[in-house]
Design a protein around this ligand. Structure first.
Ligand code: SF4
Length: 351
């Protein structure tokens, strides 16, 4: 089986070029073909000599995974399904664990002049949040940087993407090395050359790794909060036991979010669970003085789950109460619900 070039950083590409007998600058040329021009074959890298391409092809391939299916929502959102049984065999060949089955999904969300890609970092998830379809399917494996970057180069909108959110399947901080490598490729001048401001990582708050992320990255952060009371939060989010939300917020307070970097808190509203004035006031107290934003998210009903979707007017009341307490709060428009692409609905399955 050939080795995949996609997902390699400049240092690794230099080693590849060296081994193939190519001049030093060829690594940047290969990176340009992979990440700017997004070619699918080494033969398309035409500024590399024919002999050089042949040398590369004897051992390597571009290796992007292509989507097996794409469904479009009536609101323009598109959901892509990336299969695991592709021509590269095990998609976790490079540094990941072997995936058992299933597939991963990426969702493209158009809005005004933006095209945001919501990417997956794992197949399934081991965090077990009870409201999440991904969590319910269990854990199948980490995605390699190659698999994550494939989502960016293989969607139809690859050349027009403006933003990325690591909010698809999986907890990105549970696959930190591969996610950070993908972010390096996205932000490096030799890679996609995106500003870190275009990228948001969403986490439920795995504190030790979150600290590393805050220290090592300049990308935005979104934290899935969902309930300001520890005992109630733990009912739906087992992570609360190991990493209480109060400790997560305390850690975040040590970092500067008054400049370019932003932190937001995701708050999915469940009828009768976290929608009271008591919750709004506790949430405001928890976040008081922190430069942040709260995004209220409408819950999408899933089977065998005790809580229901909340009416819009109750959400609006909750938003107003938080705003009145000085917490900037918005209601996130629901996107792609009809194709099971909205928050918490990704399961990597066709049905
Ligand atoms: Fe995993 Fe995120 Fe779903 Fe929780 S909400 S189970 S962390 S994918």
């Amino acid at each position: 089986m050939k080795i995949r070039l996609i997902g390699k950083n400049l240092e690794e590409l230099k080693a590849v070029a060296d081994e193939a007998g190519l001049p030093g600058f060829a690594a940047r040329q290969i990176a340009d073909w992979l990440y700017r021009k997004k070619v699918r074959d080494i033969s398309a890298m035409t500024n590399i000599s024919k002999a050089g391409r042949d040398a590369l092809e004897s051992k390597y391939e571009v290796g992007a995974i292509l989507p097996s299916e794409c469904v479009s929502s009536s609101d323009g959102t598109k959901k892509y399904l990336f299969p695991v049984t592709c021509s590269h065999g095990n998609v976790f060949a490079e540094g990941g664990e072997r995936m058992e089955d299933g597939a991963v999904e990426a969702v493209m969300i158009p809005e005004d002049d933006r095209k945001t890609l919501c990417v997956s970092s794992q197949s399934g998830c081991r965090m077990g949040c009870r409201f999440c379809m991904t969590g319910r399917q269990g854990f199948h494996g980490h995605l390699s940087a190659a698999d994550i970057i494939s989502q960016f180069v293989a969607v139809d909108e690859a050349d027009g993407l403006t933003n990325a959110v690591f909010m698809g399947m999986g907890e990105p901080l549970d696959n930190y090395g591969n996610v950070m490598k993908a972010m390096e490729i996205l932000t490096a001048p030799w890679g996609f050359a995106w500003s870190p401001k275009r990228i948001t990582l969403s986490t439920i708050g795995v504190i030790p790794v979150l600290k590393r992320f805050l220290d090592e990255s300049r990308c935005h952060l979104a934290v899935s909060l969902h309930n300001p009371f520890g005992d109630e939060r733990q009912e739906l989010m087992p992570v609360q036991k190991a990493y209480p939300i109060t400790d997560v917020v305390e850690l975040i307070r040590r970092y500067d979010f008054s400049g370019q970097r932003r932190v937001s808190f995701e708050y999915t509203m469940f009828m009768g669970y976290n929608d009271s004035k008591r919750h709004a006031d506790a949430l405001a107290r928890l976040l008081k003085g922190l430069e942040c934003r709260v995004n209220l998210i409408r819950f999408h009903k899933i089977p065998d789950f005790p809580y229901d979707t909340i009416p819009d007017e109750l959400m609006e009341q909750f938003r107003k109460r938080l705003n009145a307490s000085g917490i900037v709060t918005t209601i996130r428009a629901s996107r792609g619900e009809d194709i099971l692409a909205a928050c918490g609905m990704l399961a990597g399955k066709h049905e």
